[in-house]
Design a protein around this ligand. Structure first.
Ligand SMILES: Cc1ncc(COP(=O)(O)O)c(C=O)c1O
Length: 396
């Protein structure tokens, strides 16, 4: 046999993409007996299994073989119609043609990164930010610049100055029940942000998978309602947190200028999202079961959030602080400045409790004293037990 020549390396795109120490530690949180505040999963016992099953049965009864066939890249027209109605119900006129169904909203982010970012382009992100979005923009070659916060929102003066200095192509935001911080930008902050984007000429990418999981406070308007420019804001949305993440149904609410690029990108990625799953999602939305299922989930998540918030004063060291999110899945906490949340994780694991250190969510200058706690996965009693274990882990 002739000697084998050495293979070319990975593309430059993947330089520096490695498994993090934290990810390796988090693998340990899967151990039985661990109460893990680390995940970001909806509670499986709240899935409307009967409703989902009925939706699949209806699809087979109605569409039969067609439900198993290839279908269009843009997505099931009836599902796109239903998604457009969700926006309309929130005061944002939307037609089905604007919606491209994606395989989870994660694919939407990937397609937007591909459509909008050339290598070296600047993308603004919040500080901290959703990790897998940072990956999408990073793989597209973006230079990520994080925008500082002021109070509970984005620092608008800093954003204005950074925009003048960097000329970004886009700002990526999770304005409602942010991952990882749980924070929600208020209306004034959203309007000011959109105004800066309009003046400097960059797009706002509004990633909004959590907004229906609201336990207190008033609903917020979708960001395209805050501008007359139909190009300014692109939205991504998802059924993952409100119906089931395993369905992998998300979408992009596109704009006229980017729609074709998103469709071509999707064609290249996977031709289309599962015909069967889209049809079942549409049948589920048509069944009227989503509202009651969401009400049940929100009532339960509210009591889980309150159980975590009730336990934190005794669980975290004196001098710690945390927020009180109005919805979503996460509480963001800050230990006193001298403490490092990653250092405490092995001690927490030794006591069968876990959380995610906040540092990896910062694209630059990580804040090691931060951590994210998810409250959706366990019943209130287990959450209280988890906070007692945390207290023991932080006790010295
Ligand atoms: C902020 C944010 N965006 C997007 C996603 C992707 O969700 P999916 O692809 O399931 O729609 C997630 C998942 O956790 C998320 O937290």
């Amino acid at each position: 046999m002739p000697p084998t020549a050495s293979m070319p390396g990975l593309s430059r795109r993947f330089t520096g993409v490695a498994s993090s120490v934290v990810r390796d530690l988090l693998a340990l949180t899967q151990r039985p007996g661990v109460i893990s505040f680390a995940g970001g999963l909806p509670a499986p016992e709240l899935f409307d299994v009967e409703g989902a099953q009925a939706a699949f049965e209806e699809v087979f009864a109605r569409a039969g073989r067609r439900a198993l066939q290839y279908s269009t890249t843009e997505g099931d027209p009836r599902l796109r119609e239903r998604i457009a109605e969700l926006y309309l119900a929130r005061g944002l006129p939307t037609v089905a043609d604007q919606i491209v169904v994606t395989t989870g909203s994660q694919q939407g982010l990937s397609l937007l990164a591909q459509a909008l970012v050339d290598p070296g382009d600047v993308v603004f992100v919040e500080r901290p930010s959703y990790l897998a979005a940072l990956q999408c923009f990073g793989l597209a070659g973006a230079r990520l610049v994080s925008v500082p916060s002021a109070g509970d929102g984005i620092d608008i003066d800093a954003l204005d100055a950074l925009a003048a200095a960097h000329r970004p192509v886009a700002l990526y935001t999770v304005p409602t029940f942010h991952n990882p911080t749980g924070r929600t930008l208020d209306r004034a902050n959203r309007a000011a942000l959109v105004d800066v984007a309009a003046r400097h000429g960059f797009r706002v990418l509004e990633d909004d998978p959590y907004q229906q999981l609201r336990y207190s406070g008033e609903p917020m308007p979708p960001m395209p309602t805050l501008t007359d420019d139909p190009e300014l804001v692109v939205c991504t949305g998802s059924l993952s947190k409100i119906l089931a993440p395993g369905l992998r149904i998300g979408w992009v609410r596109t704009t006229p200028a980017i729609r074709a690029a998103v469709v071509v990108g999707k064609q290249a990625a996977d031709l289309h999202t599962s015909t069967l799953d889209q049809a079942a999602a549409e049948a589920y939305l048509a069944s009227g079961r989503l509202g009651p299922a969401l009400d049940r989930a929100c009532a339960e998540y509210r009591s889980r959030r309150d159980a975590l918030l009730g336990g934190l004063p005794d669980a975290l060291p004196a001098g710690s602080s945390w927020n009180r999110p109005d919805g979503g899945m996460f509480v963001w906490a800050r230990l006193p400045d001298r403490l490092n949340a990653t250092d405490y994780l092995p001690r927490a694991l030794a006591r069968d409790v876990a959380y995610v250190p906040g540092a990896p969510f910062f694209p630059t200058a990580p804040e090691p004293q931060t951590l994210r706690l998810s409250f959706t996965t366990y019943a209130p009693d287990q959450i209280r037990e988890g906070t007692r274990r945390l207290a023991a882990a932080f006790a010295h």
